[in-house]
Design a protein around this ligand. Structure first.
Ligand SMILES: CC(C)(COP(=O)(O)OP(=O)(O)OC[C@H]1O[C@@H](n2cnc3c(N)ncnc32)[C@H](O)[C@@H]1OP(=O)(O)O)[C@@H](O)C(=O)NCCC(=O)NCCS
Length: 172
């Protein structure tokens, strides 16, 4: 399996992978594939942080990190993360995150923030974002809104996460 930056010619395959992965997901609004399309067109898009996992020449997974803000500080929003059902539980999701975190660190980002299954993201080092003073702009259980310090700093940001408008989340 290799992980590389997504290319223009991958867009269709990625659309179908995201759709298929989330069809069987526990939590989904059914629009994750369209969110990827919108985010690619946004100012928050970072081409180096839209990655695909390729096995035997076939794209089987995708991860996207986009820019978000906390108290004026640029952080990353990890969403969505998708692995085709037939390829799940082989470490692909974790490998996509690990690769993404390394690139993000090199690009100078301090935090990656994710909303999701705490039991899963803890495996990639995420911890409740409240530890870093990062608050969700919506009601959510503390353990499901998580952050990873990409450079190991414990610097507190103390603010509400502002997602790209493509997420449809307004600060309340
Ligand atoms: C969630 C997802 C990305 C995980 O990718 P993956 O490649 O299957 O995961 P990995 O192989 O890297 O990791 C597998 C481990 O994570 C655990 N895991 C996977 N999904 C989990 C979940 N939803 N909740 C808790 N643990 C989970 C597995 O039990 C396994 O644990 P083990 O190593 O202790 O046996 C993939 O299942 C997927 O695309 N799901 C549908 C879309 C989705 O829900 N995306 C995430 C939104 S928060």
């Amino acid at each position: 399996m290799i992980i590389r930056q997504e290319r223009l010619e991958d867009y269709d395959a990625v659309y179908h992978i995201v759709k298929e992965a989330f069809e069987s997901a526990e939590h989904s609004d059914g629009n994750e594939q369209d969110l990827v399309v919108e985010l690619r067109k946004s100012k928050s898009f970072i081409p180096e942080l839209s990655l695909v996992a390729v096995e035997d020449g076939k794209i089987v997974g995708h991860i996207l990190f986009t820019k978000a803000l906390v108290q004026g500080v640029e952080v990353l929003a990890l969403a969505p993360l998708s692995v085709l059902p037939d390829y799940q539980n082989k470490g692909i999701g974790l490998s996509l995150m690990k690769e993404g975190h390394g690139i993000a660190h090199k690009l100078g980002y301090e935090y990656s923030v994710v909303l999701g299954h705490s039991k899963y993201y803890i495996k990639a080092g995420y911890t409740p974002a409240s530890k870093y003073g990062i608050k969700a702009p919506f009601e959510v259980e503390d353990e499901s809104f998580m952050a990873l310090s990409l450079n190991g700093s414990q610097n507190k940001l103390n603010g509400i996460m502002e997602y790209d408008k493509a997420f449809g989340v307004d600060i309340n």
